[in-house]
Design a protein around this ligand. Structure first.
Ligand code: HEM
Length: 423
């Protein structure tokens, strides 16, 4: 009996609780929108207050609004007991809230807060809406289509060109192409990047597309775990990026021969194999793309990982502005940014660079796996077929053989057809 009474009491409490009853008690509010009685202290029964509220809600939805409707809180709606004194005081003091908010928004108001740092002094930052619209709009939409487009192009290319075969067939002899430490660095980079890409996409698209599938609780747990993985795996990516840079930069210095490689379509599009050293021009593009985009995505990622401590954009913009280039093209970049704006630029830039890098890496994964016979072995056990190496990296093979022959001659024995070791 006591249990029944307790349950009935609980139901009664929930039924009359203001937070639950709020929607019904506030005429003029659309479903889903709510106005806490303490938020502005305005009662909602007067027509001007309703109109003002509707205008604010419409503005937040991005709809055109009627300029004749005032949203000023100095209109005289009915007010509840708690806020009456505040509003009456403002009216008596002649405070024009609209002007105050405007000054706060434009940063011209001398705001004093208990936390004495520049971040907390920004009370209203309208750029936040622009950032949200960019993130939810063009970045996500075009970024998503861009990746799908690249996957479709690769699929079409595969259907037309098929797998690039070793023209002379496999020789049965192998040559060491990458040492263990090089392969370790590559797979650390690749593994961390793939994890970062998947978790990043989960965080960007999940809210809109996965909640319906997974439910709120599962998505929330997934998002927390995903963010943890994304934040922490980033360190492995940065370490691997540095390793890969030092291992391979010497082989990726541009040379005049690279131009010839491009003219011949890399032997991928056209017929015949252009001469190539350890890395051909296409691989150099992938290498420098990985290093530069990887560096940029890491830097903007660090800026996001340590909020407000690594502002990058105001400085970068002022350097660009000092070149006079933006002026030549008829625009200018903001050289003073609120701390929050710095974070917003870092986040948008992080996404743009990440999408570019994902697209580039998709093409790289394609050519390093199903796109070309014999390529994967280079990063598998490190040894590639001799004929594959001769076809794709003839100058590198010739140099290795010359070195091996010189060593063998020094030892006073024949090379015996031995294949050159890796560099
Ligand atoms: C996950 C699937 C991946 C596969 C199957 C793969 C495969 C390969 C192979 C076979 C090579 C050696 C090519 C040769 O012998 O000349 C290579 C090189 C390389 N990989 Fe990957 N890779 C993958 C992911 C990645 C990722 C995610 C990155 C960067 C974030 C990356 C960056 C590089 C770079 C910079 C090189 C040297 C330049 C080049 O060969 O293009 N790889 N990869």
């Amino acid at each position: 009996m006591r249990w029944l009474a307790a349950v009935l009491a609980l139901i009664a409490l929930v039924a009359v609780h203001p937070a639950v009853a709020q929607d019904a008690a506030q005429p003029g509010l659309e479903s889903g929108a709510s106005l806490s009685p303490g938020a502005g202290g305005l009662g909602t029964s007067s027509a001007p207050a309703d109109a003002a509220l509707q205008k604010i809600l419409a503005r937040q939805r991005g709809e055109a609004t009627d300029p004749n409707v005032s949203t000023s809180t100095t209109a005289t709606p009915t007010v509840d007991g708690n806020s009456a004194g505040v509003i009456a005081g403002q009216i008596a003091d002649g405070v024009n809230n609209r002007e105050t908010y405007r000054a706060i928004r434009l940063g011209t108001e001398d705001v004093k807060t208990s936390a004495p740092n520049p971040v907390s002094r920004v009370l209203i930052q309208t750029g936040g809406m622009d950032w949200l619209n960019w993130r939810e709009g063009p970045i996500r939409t075009y970024g998503g289509y861009f990746l799908l487009g690249v996957i479709a192009l690769l699929a079409v290319f595969f259907l037309i060109r098929g797998r690039i075969r070793i023209a002379a067939g496999k020789s049965g002899r192998t040559i060491l192409r990458f040492t263990f430490i090089e392969r370790f660095a590559h797979w650390l980079l690749a593994g961390s990047f793939v994890l970062l890409a998947l978790t990043g996409l989960f965080l960007l698209f999940g809210r809109n597309y996965l909640i319906d599938v997974m439910g709120h609780d599962a998505y929330s747990a997934g998002a927390v775990a995903t963010k943890w993985v994304h934040d922490n795996v980033s360190w492995a990516f940065m370490v691997a990026l540095v390793l890969v840079f030092f291992f391979w930069v010497w082989h990726n210095i541009p040379s005049p021969r690279d131009w010839q490689w491009f003219k011949m379509g890399g032997g991928i599009v056209g017929k015949g194999h252009p001469h190539s050293e350890k890395f051909n021009a296409g691989q150099k593009v992938i290498f420098w793309g990985t290093i530069l985009l990887g560096f940029s995505v890491s830097l903007s990622g660090l800026s996001l990982l340590f909020p407000f401590e690594l502002p990058l954009f105001a400085k970068t913009f002022s350097i660009i502005e000092s070149t006079g280039l933006p002026g030549l093209f008829g625009f200018s970049l903001p050289v003073e940014l609120a701390p929050q704006e710095e974070m917003q630029f870092a986040q948008i830039w992080h996404l743009i660079v990440a999408f570019l890098m994902m697209a580039m890496i998709l093409a790289h994964i394609y050519i390093g796996s199903i796109g070309m016979e014999g390529a994967f072995d280079a990063m598998g056990d490190g040894k590639v077929d001799y004929n594959w190496a001769k076809e794709h990296h003839d100058l590198w093979v010739a140099r290795r053989e010359k070195k091996a022959a010189a060593k063998a001659a020094k030892r006073g024995g024949a090379g015996g057809g031995a294949v050159a070791p890796a560099e």
